[in-house]
Ligand binder design. Structure first.
Ligand code: ATP
Ligand code: MG
Length: 398
């Protein structure tokens, strides 16, 4: 019930914009009635329990009085013994009730404790293991070899899987700028996550500098790869804290004002920040100001490009930014990323026309690879996508 309330409060805009207030109220009412019924059942049981306990106690006293009285009358025990017995019995009542209560408390505690232990005992599936090699640095040569990937799925209780990537073979040399395009659901984000080992793969599928990534220490791998996820996530903190998030523990602590300003300039944030009430110290999120989707994406971008990396993976980082701004930011990223292997996933093909190579993905496979000119000459998927996009951009300008 509380999760329903939480969902409704945080999703209030959706509820209102779809005019679902009444529906939500009704389903909440149903929940309440359900809760009320269950609670009433419990109250009934509790209500019966106490009188029952009282009655049993009363009957017990009655038996003692009857049997004890008889024994006193028959002279088997003295009246003093009987009174003393009753006194001790009275003293015992409360401790025995408390004991029962403590037992239920312990039992409830144990159930919760067991659940906590279960979580704590769980080993991460993606972790370093004895086969991990003592790699310290990555230079940025990438190879994908016969890469297949399926997400595990549960259907009707059976374990099945959905094949998302099929037979991906690709070599990327150090410093190359690779653009990845393809229709929605083609498997682009999955590919990015696999390179970062955010999803687990089989051995011998992805190599960096010729080393199987399942044998590279995880922290080395993730420190060396700068990654901007498709869904930006920011903390309820200041803009500065958000951008400088990865700096701590990376040996870059100290006065990083210059780095923050440079990263913001590359991400085209400087003007936005100028307009915020406290510039970089402005709080964002629930406790601060609300920012636009594009601003969110650009802060998330700045958080990545502020860090040194040997490989950069951008997963459609500028989808909420207009086409011209995206182009300008891309120019600066390219300038900055000279010599760094870069994989740039995007939906906006005209922005990545001059990438070293463009990968076109379709249904989990690499359909076409080449430069813009080569792919246009093929008159295939890329050609279609590109012309569609040009049309969209022209329409936007009108
Ligand atoms: N966590 C998941 N569990 C199961 N299936 C998933 C999961 N994530 C993605 N998929 C499926 O994998 C396929 C590829 O998804 P992916 O996110 O890689 O596509 P994409 O090319 O990045 O699409 P987009 O352009 O919309 O971002 C989709 O069919 C999707 O339904
Ligand atoms: Mg995606």
């Amino acid at each position: 019930m509380s999760s329903r309330v939480q969902e409704n409060v945080s999703g209030i805009h959706v509820v209102k914009s779809y005019v679902q207030e009444e529906n939500e109220e009704n389903s909440f009412l149903e929940l309440n009635i359900d809760y009320f019924r269950n609670k009433m059942k419990m109250v009934r049981i509790m209500g019966a329990l106490f009188p029952l306990m009282g009655t049993l106690g009363g009957i017990g006293t009655l038996i003692i009085l009857w049997q004890g009285g008889r024994m006193v009358i028959l002279g088997e025990i003295s009246l003093g013994d009987f009174v003393a017995f009753n006194g001790y019995l009275a003293l015992l009542i409360w401790p025995s009730i408390a004991l029962g209560w403590i037992f239920t408390l312990i039992q409830r505690g144990l159930a919760s404790f067991e659940r906590i232990c279960e979580i704590l005992r769980e080993n991460p599936t993606i972790a370093d293991n004895p086969e991990t090699l003592p790699v310290e640095k990555i230079s940025g040569e990438l190879e994908l070899r016969d890469l297949n990937f399926s997400y595990p799925a549960k259907q009707n209780g059976n374990n099945s899987s959905i094949e998302v990537l099929k037979n991906i073979n690709l070599k990327i040399s150090k410093g190359e700028f690779i653009a990845v395009v393809g229709r929605t659901g083609a498997g682009k984000s999955t590919l990015a996550k696999l390179i970062l080992r955010l999803l687990e793969i089989e051995e011998g599928r992805i190599f960096i500098d010729g080393i199987d990534i399942t044998k590279i220490p995880l922290n080395v791998l993730r420190k060396s790869i700068g990654y901007v996820p498709q869904e930006s996530f920011l903390f309820n903190a200041t803009i500065r804290e958000n951008i400088a998030y990865g700096i701590e523990g990376n040996g870059l602590e100290g006065n990083n004002d210059y780095m923050i300003e440079r990263a913001s300039a590359i991400a085209d944030l400087s003007k936005d920040v100028e307009n915020f009430p406290k510039r970089f110290e402005t709080l964002i999120g629930e406790r601060g100001i609300n920012i636009s989707g594009g601003q969110k994406q650009r802060i998330s971008l700045a958080r990545t490009i502020i860090l040194p990396a040997s490989v950069l993976v951008f997963d459609d980082p500028l989808s909420s930014v207009d086409a011209d701004t995206e182009k300008a930011i891309l120019e600066r990223i390219k300038e900055m990323a000279r010599g760094i292997t870069t994989i740039f996933i995007t939906h906006r093909i005209p922005s990545i026309k001059d990438a070293d190579r463009i990968i076109v993905m379709e249904n989990g496979e690499i359909r076409e690879i080449g430069t813009h000119e080569e792919l246009m000459a093929l008159s295939g998927t890329y050609y279609d996508l590109y012309n569609q996009q040009l049309l969209i951009e022209e329409l936007e300008e009108v």
